[in-house]
Design a protein around this ligand. Sequence first.
Ligand SMILES: N[C@@H](CCC(=O)N[C@@H](CS)C(=O)NCC(=O)O)C(=O)O
Length: 221
Amino acid sequence: MHELIYFDSPGYAEPIRFCLEISQVPWKNTTVDWDGYLALKNSGELPWGFLPILKTPQGTLAESNALVRYAAAVAGLEPEDLFVRGKVDELIELMNGWRADFSPTFYIDDLDEKIAARKALFAEDGKVHLGLLDLEKIYTASATGWLAGTEDMTLADVQAFMNVFMMFSGQFDGIDATMLQPYPGLLKFHDFMANDERVKAYYDYEDELRWVFKPGAFATK
Ligand SMILES: N[C@@H](CCC(=O)N[C@@H](CS)C(=O)NCC(=O)O)C(=O)O
């Protein structure tokens, strides 16, 4: 039995959860609040002191990127062909690049400063904006719709879908759904992924944050 432990939010865990869900392995989604996190940390169960962790029959894994690659391999979302797998990794590192710029904004205490830092990431020369444009170009150029040009979903598609659209749920000060409108190609990618049967089945319930993963979430009325 595999057990993923994280907070309830999508955060660093959502793509891992989805991969485990569509895999054939039995798994348990354990969520904790801050006190639960501290209890785990104090018990020494967290290799680097952070969540998420994944308990596997062989032991515990830490670091979300390691977890997601493991879960994707288990789910068959890691291509066999090493060049194609390289392409998938290239896309994932593109996203990790802007995540590295986004994450420090969590630690800005002053709200106005935090919002300004996030707006700057969406400005003309902002790292997130440039990353979103790259992703949009890649989606538009794909003959199959899948980002790595594969015949079916890979980890690149899962990471892109979840990490991009999660940003616009309203949980992050300074970022809202209207900021997606300048990226029509990304909105098409959203349609493509949200209507995939596996994704649709996984999000077939109401959730305060996960509405962003549902078909039509960003359609303008
Ligand atoms: N590099 C880690 C970072 C994970 C991380 O920052 N987790 C946050 C929750 S989103 C955490 O555990 N924070 C606890 C703390 O800051 O003490 C990973 O990718 O797994």
